[in-house]
Design a protein around this ligand. Structure first.
Ligand code: NAP
Ligand code: ZN
Length: 352
């Protein structure tokens, strides 16, 4: 084991603060990574503040962070795909059983014994896993991704969660050319959803509660922007959407968005509010509409997404911050004041 600098939360109400954690020595299958950048996902905040207590109670101290880009510093004897110096990524998962039907199908995120990057029982050291708000991490090579070297690593970090979480349902939905796709919420996930839906040829509309984001939405690729708390604007689009990706982090009325769908339309939830979202049966029955959910993406699909981003020059729009500004960033996330992902420059941790 070795010591690594990190930022952790000691309780649901404590601010994140400097800490020292232990990382395991590399096993034969492991890759040791010096972390360069880590994105701040709203899930980090939900978890650190124990907002998901009923589904996933937080264990303290917790070290969030699952949008990791870094450089390989050493590899175990059996590692074949990476070598020191490689630019790599780690997302929301660091292990799974590798044998269950989900793992065999390449959807490791549905494996019943999947290990999350933070907050899961740690099979190596005991306790729970610690995430990317740290200078270093050790990960089984099966869960390490190759990062295209032509992209800005600060903007690549958010692809490891916000990117794959939006890419996966958009790809699964099918051919998007000529289809009308809605993205609800223009935050970290939402702005990536706009980029991907546009890259796959859809007519894209953003639903936002923040009129001040209209110009940005257009710049990011949206064809239309709908201020969702304006009933007149909403009604003009009723019944016209084929697919809506809902990225909202807080409780909200999803019936209003089901009303936007046309016949056989689908609303996929990726946002994870802490409270149930009531659904009116009639909002689904008329028009045979459906609601579904989606969780990040498998490892092969994540690599496919990163390669796609490398080919098309796609990264997240990031505000790079030193780790010392993390609590301010969390407060801004709660206010929907993010443009459009915070990415922590981990060099700032060296001086702690
Ligand atoms: P984010 O950057 O904070 O963006 C969320 C956006 O939702 C905000 O920018 C805002 O957009 C909108 N919003 C916030 N509060 C709202 C409210 N009360 N009513 C209506 N709209 C509201 O968050 P994120 O990192 O993109 O994450 C979004 C959600 O996805 C979180 O719940 C997160 O935990 C979850 N998530 C799920 C997965 C998965 O695998 N399914 C993966 C990662 C994250 P506007 O200002 O445009 O309205
Ligand atoms: Zn995330």
């Amino acid at each position: 084991m070795y010591d690594a600098k990190a930022y952790s939360a000691a309780s649901a109400t404590a601010p994140l603060a400097p800490d020292t954690i232990q990382r395991r020595d590399t096993t034969e299958q492991d890759v040791q990574i010096d972390i360069l950048f880590c994105g701040i996902c709203h899930s980090d905040l939900h978890y650190a503040r124990d907002e998901w207590h009923d589904f996933m109670p937080a264990v303290y101290p917790c070290v969030p962070g699952h949008e990791i880009v870094g450089r390989v510093v050493s590899v175990g004897a059996e590692v074949t795909r990476f070598q020191p110096g490689d630019l790599v990524g780690v997302g929301c998962m660091v292990d799974s059983d590798g044998t269950c039907p989900s793992c065999r199908a390449g959807v490791e995120q549905c494996c019943p014994s999947m290990t999350l990057t933070y907050g899961s029982p740690d099979p190596h050291l005991g306790g729970v896993t610690y995430g990317g708000y740290s200078e270093s991490i050790v990960v089984d090579e099966r869960f390490v991704l190759r990062v295209p070297t032509n992209l800005d690593p600060a903007g690549v970090a958010p692809l490891l969660c916000a990117g794959i979480t939006t890419y996966s349902p958009i790809r699964r939905w099918g051919k998007l050319e000529g289809k009308k796709v809605g993205v609800v919420g223009l935050g970290g996930l939402g702005h990536m959803g706009v980029k991907f839906a546009k890259a796959f040829g859809a007519h894209v509309a953003v639903f936002t509660t923040s009129p001040g984001k209209k110009d940005d939405a257009k710049r990011l690729g949206a064809d239309e922007v709908i201020v969702s708390n304006n009933p007149d604007e909403m009604e003009k689009h009723a019944g016209t959407f084929d697919f809506i990706l809902d990225t909202v982090s807080a409780p909200h009325d999803i019936n209003a968005y089901l009303h936007m769908l046309g016949r056989d339309g689908n609303l996929t939830l990726v946002g994870a509010p802490d409270e149930p979202l009531p659904v009116a049966a009639f909002a689904l029955l008329f028009g045979r509409k459906s609601i579904s959910g989606s969780l990040i993406g498998g490892i092969a699909e994540t690599q496919e997404m990163l390669d796609f981003c490398g080919e098309h020059g796609i990264t997240a729009d990031v505000e790079v911050i030193p780790i010392q500004r993390i609590n301010e960033a969390y407060d801004r996330l709660v206010k929907s004041d993010v443009k459009y992902r915070f990415s922590i420059d981990m060099a700032s941790l060296k001086g702690e």
